[in-house]
Design a protein around this ligand. Structure first.
Ligand code: DC
Length: 228
C-alpha cells in the first residue's frame, strides 16, 4: 500500500459525471479528489491568454514549465488548481477553454508534462483521480480502476438540465453535437486516447443512478482494502 492509501482511477468521456461521482466517493472514503481535466483546462486557458498556438507543443510545454502549479486543499474533497498563486475558477468551464483543452491534449509533450505532474500529485495514494488516461497511462498500477460510461444522448440531457437550472438558454442539438465531437477527438487521438483499461470495472451510468454508481465504487474500495 502507498503511504496514504490507494489510487482510485476514474476514466470516461466528457459529461459522464466523473467529477460528481469522484468527489462523492472521495468524501465517503476520506480521500482527496483530483480532476486532471482541470490541469489541461488551466494550461489551455493560459495559452489562450498568452497567445501561444494550440498546436505548438514545445511552446506549450515551455509555458507549462514556467508556471508554478500547486494543488491546495479546497473546502471539500477536491484539490484546487493554483497557477502562480492564482486559482482560476469559472473561466475554465466555458466552451472556448473546453475546445482548447481537448486540442492541446493531443500533443505528446503536453501529455508527458501532465503525466509527470499527475503522478507526483497521486503517488502517495489516498486519492481519487479522474480523467481520460488515468488507468491506462498515468497510474497503470492504480489499485482500483473504474471506467464510467453513458450514452452521448444521456450526457447531453444531463448537460442541458444543468444549464437550464442555471437559467441558460439551451440548444440541445448543439450540446449533443459538441459532446460527440469531443468524444471523437478524445478517443481518436494517437497519444493516450480515451479507452477502458483492461482491468478497469465498467460502469454504465445511462442505466444506473448516480448514487448507485457511487455505492458500487465504495463497495469495490471496501472489498479491496478489507483484504489488506
Ligand atoms: O474532463 P474535462 O472535460 O475537464 O477535460 C478537458 C479535456 O482535457 C478533455 O477534452 C480531454 C483532456 N483530458 C485528457 O486528455 N486526459 C485527461 N486525463 C484529462 C483530460
Amino acid at each position: 500500500m502507498r503511504a496514504n492509501g490507494i489510487v482510485i482511477a476514474i476514466d470516461g468521456p466528457a459529461g459522464v459525471g466523473k467529477s460528481t461521482v469522484g468527489k462523492l466517493v472521495a468524501g465517503r472514503v476520506g480521500y482527496s479528489f483530483i480532476s486532471t481535466g482541470k490541469m489541461y483546462r488551466a494550461l489551455a486557458w493560459k495559452a489562450l491568454e498568452t497567445g501561444i498556438s494550440l498546436e505548438d507543443d514545445e511552446g506549450l510545454v515551455g509555458l507549462a514549465a514556467s508556471l508554478k502549479w500547486e494543488f491546495p486543499k479546497g473546502s471539500g474533497p477536491e484539490a484546487d488548481v493554483s497557477l502562480d498563486g492564482l486559482r482560476p475558477g469559472l473561466e475554465l468551464t466555458g466552451e472556448r477553454v473546453s475546445r482548447a483543452s481537448s486540442a492541446i491534449a493531443r500533443l505528446t509533450g503536453v501529455r508527458l508534462f501532465m503525466r509527470g505532474m499527475q503522478r507526483e500529485a497521486g503517488i502517495a495514494g489516498g486519492v481519487v483521480m479522474e480523467g481520460r488516461d488515468i488507468g491506462t497511462n498515468v497510474f497503470p498500477d492504480a489499485e482500483l480502476k473504474v471506467y464510467l460510461d453513458a450514452s452521448p444522448q444521456a450526457r447531453a440531457e444531463r448537460r442541458s438540465g444543468q444549464l437550464r437550472a442555471q437559467g441558460v438558454a439551451v440548444n440541445h442539438a448543439e450540446i449533443l453535437d459538441f459532446i460527440i465531437k469531443r468524444d471523437a477527438q478524445d478517443s481518436g487521438r494517437k497519444n493516450n486516447p480515451l479507452k477502458k483499461a483492461e482491468d478497469a470495472r465498467y460502469l454504465d451510468s445511462t442505466i444506473m443512478p448516480r448514487e448507485k454508481v457511487v455505492d458500487a465504487i465504495v463497495e469495490l474500495f471496501n472489498s479491496f482494502t478489507a483484504g489488506r
